[in-house]
Write a protein that binds this ligand. Structure first.
Ligand code: ADP
Ligand code: MG
Length: 276
């Protein structure tokens, strides 16, 4: 097992190598059921993402957004369909079981809504745990990488802190940093600002925007329409386990094709504005 490279910025050459820009991530006919098939959450979902896309997923609660991300993260058994990454089959259904290529799974990072840091470990130990334990990266190499990432995001003063000593925004930024420790080539963000006090949202958003500007492909589930507009190359609307609409942000907000999306946008924008 080789150690993860220390460099964080994606070298231009590596992006160019991903010449299969049209099908960096390809989801086909994805079905996900719970309770022995009685609850059908994803119903043959299709989605394609290029290596330069930042795909924002929005939609009503219960529409299957988190389930979609969890499936792509390789955390769920699926009922049918395939997921390809960079032209290689990553997830499929083989007879009665789900096949997941763990080599590809390791290249994907995910951050969830609620903080998932280990409370009894310092920030440094939170960061190096997976690289050292699971990837067999030498401890010194992992620590150097942790310092580099934390410096990059203005968090280096917090390496020896414990999660309880951090603000919610700092905890969530450390959770993003922890995902970056494993050098992902795709990041999945599931409502990472939803549990934060409003004044702490911007620091987490800024970190994700910086990553996006450095060329990190990402899928982002959010209800924050400002964030969605700012960061998306494409916005998809996921409801009833399907992609209902898929468009560039301008078109999505100014001229949505379906009434469903129009209603949703009106409701969300109204809710964000608050009572007059
Ligand atoms: P979203 O993130 O868009 O709000 P989810 O993917 O969390 O939607 O959920 C989609 C649907 O799947 C919901 O109806 C939810 O109740 C159901 N669901 C999610 N997880 C489970 C589970 N472990 N068991 C049963 N139903 C689930
Ligand atoms: Mg969700």
């Amino acid at each position: 097992m080789t150690s993860a490279p220390v460099a964080i910025a994606r070298p231009a050459a590596r992006l160019e190598e991903q010449h299969l820009a049209d099908d960096f991530l390809k989801v086909r006919g994805l079905q996900k059921h719970y309770a022995q098939g009685t609850i059908k959450v994803l119903n043959g979902l299709d989605l394609t993402m290029t290596s330069t896309d930042r795909l924002v997923v929005i939609g009503p609660s219960g529409g299957g957004k988190s389930t979609l991300l969890r499936c792509i993260m390789g955390l769920e058994d699926i009922a049918a369909g395939t997921v390809d990454v960079d032209g290689d089959l990553y997830i499929s259904r083989d007879g009665s079981s789900t096949q997941i290529d763990r080599r590809i799974q390791k290249q994907i990072g995910m951050v969830f809504q609620s903080y998932t840091l280990f409370p009894h470990l310092s920030v440094m130990r939170n960061l190096i745990l997976a690289p050292v334990r699971s990837r067999k990266v030498p401890r010194g190499v992992a620590e150097d990488r942790a310092r580099e990432i934390m410096r990059r995001f203005g968090l280096d003063g917090k390496l020896n802190a414990y999660p309880s000593e951090l603000s919610g925004g700092q905890k969530q930024r450390v959770a993003v940093a922890r995902a970056l420790m494993l050098d992902p080539k795709l990041m999945l963000f599931d409502e990472v600002t939803s549990a934060l006090d409003p004044e702490l949202v911007s620091e987490v958003v800024a970190m994700i925007i910086e990553l996006a500007d450095a060329g990190m492909p990402m899928m982002i589930v959010t209800h924050d329409m400002w964030f969605a507009k700012r960061i998306a190359t494409r916005i998809v609307f996921c409801a009833g386990g399907h992609i209902v609409e898929d468009a560039p942000p301008d078109e999505f907000f100014s001229n949505p094709r379906s009434q469903r999306v129009r209603d949703f946008i009106n409701n969300v924008l109204h809710a964000n504005t608050g009572p007059e």
